[in-house]
Design a protein around this ligand. Sequence first.
Ligand code: SF4
Length: 397
Amino acid sequence: MRWSGQQLGVESDSALPGLARLNNLVRSVQTPEFAGITFHEVLAKSALNKVPGQSMMPFGYTINPYRGCSHACTYCFARPTHTYLDLDAGHDFDSQIIVKVNVAEVLARELKKPSWGGNAVALGTNTDPYQRAEGRYKLMPGIIEALAGSGTPFSILTKGTLLRRDLPLLAEAARAVPVDLAMSIAVYDDELQQSVEPGTPTAKARLATVSAVREAGLDCSVFMMPILPYLTDTTTHLDTALAQIKAAGATSVLYTALHLRPGVKPWFMQWLAREHPELVESYRKMYFGATSYAPKEYRKWLAARIRPLIARHGLTRGEEDPVTGGVRSTALAAGGSPRSSTPQFDFGVAAEVGPEAWPNTAPRAGPRAGTARAAREAELARERGRGHPQADEATLF
Ligand code: SF4
C-alpha cells in the first residue's frame, strides 16, 4: 500500500525530503523519551488492508497503526515496505515511524459499512502494534473497541510488553468476539536478543507478559519465529526456550526457520558479518541468490529436532493464519472458513525490492571466555562437528 494512495489533498510544507509525497502528513515529532526516533503523524484514509489469499482462499484483513518499527529486528520481513516512502529499509525503518493518528476513527467508520463482512482481522503481521510508540499514541484501545463493538474477531501478534496495559479491555472484548493473542519470542539468549532485535523487551519480560495474558483468562500462543540457523537452533537453546514457554503458561507454540526475502537479506547479512562473520558463508549457501526460504532439507531437519521437544514439554503446536500471517483465529478454527491450515508467513504486504549487496566479511575476534556467547559458540561448534545439515552442502543444493 502506498501512501500516495491515501492523499487528502493537503500539501505539507514540513515533510522530510523522503516523505515529500506524503501530503497527509500532519506533523513530524521528536521527543526526549524517544531519543533517535522521529514520529511522522499522518491522517489515514483507510484502516483495513485487504490481503489477497492464495489460489482459492478468501481475503484476509490486517490493520497496521504504525509503519516502521522501533523493535528494530534485523530479520524483519516488513523492512522493504519503508522503501515505498523513499525511506530506507534499514535504520529508517527502525527510527522513522509513521503513525496513523486517526486509525481508530477511520476503522470504526469502515466497520459500520453494510458491506463489511465481519472477517477476522489480524494485527501485528507487518509492524508491531505494541511497539514503544503505542505508549505515546494509545491507538490500540480504540482499535480493540471498534473491532469488538462491531462483532469482528481479531488476532494480535506482538513483541511488546505494553500489551499488558490493554488486558482488561481485551478480556472484555473476548466476551464479545473470538480474540487470539500471541507473543513473538524467538531468542532466549539475552546477549543475542539485544544484538539481533535491539529494540525489543527481553525474552523474560515477554514471557512474563504471556503469563499475564493467561492470568487475565485469555489464551496466548508463542511464536518462535524466526529460528536462526546455527544461532538458535541448537538442542540446548530450543529445549531451554520451550521449558520457559511452558512455564509461562503458553497455550501453544509455533515455529518457523528464518526467511530472508531479497529486500531484507542485505540488512541481515550486514548484521551477521559484524556479529558472526564465521557464519556468513554458511548463510550465503543456505540463502543463495534470490532464495528467501531456508532449504527444505534444513526445515525437515529442524522439524525433526523441535517437534519431539515440543511434545516432551507438553506443548501444543499452534496454527498460523496462512493469509494474514497472524495467529490462526479461533473463529476460523471453529470451521467458519475454508482457509488452508498450511503455516506460512504473510509476504503479500511488502514489496520485493532492489538487488542484493552482500557485505564484506572481515574476520573478528572471538567471544570472551566464560560469556554466554562463548558458551553458545562452543555448542555451535559441537553441532557442526556432529554433522549439522547446513554444513553438508551436498544434501542442500
Ligand atoms: S517486532 Fe515485528 S514488526 Fe517490529 S521489527 Fe521486529 S519483526 Fe519487524
